[in-house]
Design a protein around this ligand. Structure first.
Ligand code: COA
Ligand code: MG
Length: 301
């Protein structure tokens, strides 16, 4: 068994709420929200002059007394930036499950981050390795996304960042074809490494319909969740990335039927006029597994 087999993996992350790390008034509100994950941001939502203060505030919060089942993430500044060393030092805490790396350009940035995490974890006697959420938000990052995803066992998923990517390329933010192309490419890259992918933020937080439309498109491409920038988006993300009662019932039916068919020596069988075989049974098992994890998470809240 590899030493990383127990990296802090993400079970469920339908909604991930961003909180600027220099706004401590938002911390308790975020923690009290229904978001599956909270991502404390040291990157683009914090002004350069505020970075040091943001690190101090976040460090203080992470050292405080709290209990949560939420996934706690810290988004640090770019691996090659001057802030990275101090950011990662704050992020390496028993409270933090995952470090979110922005604007990834190549797999070496993952390897360098792993080295930094390893050294800090060893120094602080942190036994469970911290995971890495790799954010793809540039042309180069997208081209190398599969190598980035496979660069290290610490990588727990690929996060899509439309804003940086589209702005830098002059692509209109509402170009649906471009968004579809990028989402699909990212999904394949993550899938090649057996990892989940997470959809970008939707900045117009008063437009719930627009958020739902994007989440629906992402879900249709197998994405596991979507970033939120405002508490008003959390319920929609949780709903959209949960299997519906009908999907769960159909999945259970499928698994039961597969069991009966196997007992009779058949891998392929008919159910409601459709042929079912292994990939569809695996998909049904996955839906049941996700539903169980969500139930567990919601019961414990
Ligand atoms: N986390 C926790 N609470 C939040 C929040 C967040 N990200 N965003 C807003 N809230 C709270 C507000 O404090 C307010 O609380 P109150 O009712 O107790 O006063 C309530 O939700 C409603 O907020 P609202 O007044 O509608 O928004 P705002 O003008 O205060 O903030 C943003 C709007 C966009 C500035 C803010 O939502 C935000 O900073 N989002 C995160 C940005 C970020 O991290 N970006 C980086 C990733 S792309
Ligand atoms: Mg970005």
């Amino acid at each position: 068994m590899s030493e990383f087999s127990h990296v802090r993996r993400i079970d469920v992350m339908r909604s991930k709420l961003f909180v600027p790390a220099d706004r401590p008034a938002l911390f308790p509100k975020a923690m009290a929200s229904a978001a599956d994950a909270i991502c404390f941001d040291l990157e683009d939502s914090v002004l350069p002059a505020q970075k040091a203060k943001a690190r101090d505030l976040l460090q203080e919060f992470l050292a405080s007394e709290f209990h949560t089942r939420k996934v706690i993430l810290v988004r640090v500044n770019q691996v090659r930036s001057a802030d990275f060393a101090e950011d990662i030092s704050v992020a390496v805490s028993p409270r933090v499950a995952v470090v979110a790396l922005p604007k990834l350009q190549d797999p070496w940035e993952i390897r360098d981050t792993t080295a930094a995490l390893q050294a800090l974890e060893k120094m602080r006697n942190i036994e469970i390795p911290i995971g890495i959420l790799a954010t793809i938000e540039s042309a180069r990052g997208l081209r190398l996304a599969a190598s980035i995803a496979a660069a290290d066992e610490r990588v727990v998923g690929l996060q899509l960042g439309f804003a940086d990517m589209f702005v830098s390329l002059g692509i209109r933010h509402d170009d649906a074809m471009a968004a579809h192309h990028v989402r699909l490419q990212l999904r394949f890259a993550a899938g090649e490494a057996g990892l989940p992918s997470y959809d970008s933020v939707f900045v117009n937080f008063k437009n719930e319909e627009g958020f739902m439309r994007e989440a629906d498109l992402a879900r249709g491409l197998g994405f596991a969740g979507k970033s939120c920038i405002h508490p008003s988006q959390i319920a929609a993300a949780n709903r959209m990335f949960s299997p519906s009662p009908e999907e769960i019932a159909a999945a259970m039916c499928c698994v039961d039927a597969a069991r009966s068919a196997a007992a009779e020596g058949a891998a392929a069988f008919a159910l409601d006029g459709c042929m079912i075989d292994l990939p569809l049974v695996r998909r049904a098992e996955h839906i049941i597994d996700v539903a169980a994890k969500i139930r567990l998470l919601e019961q414990s809240d």
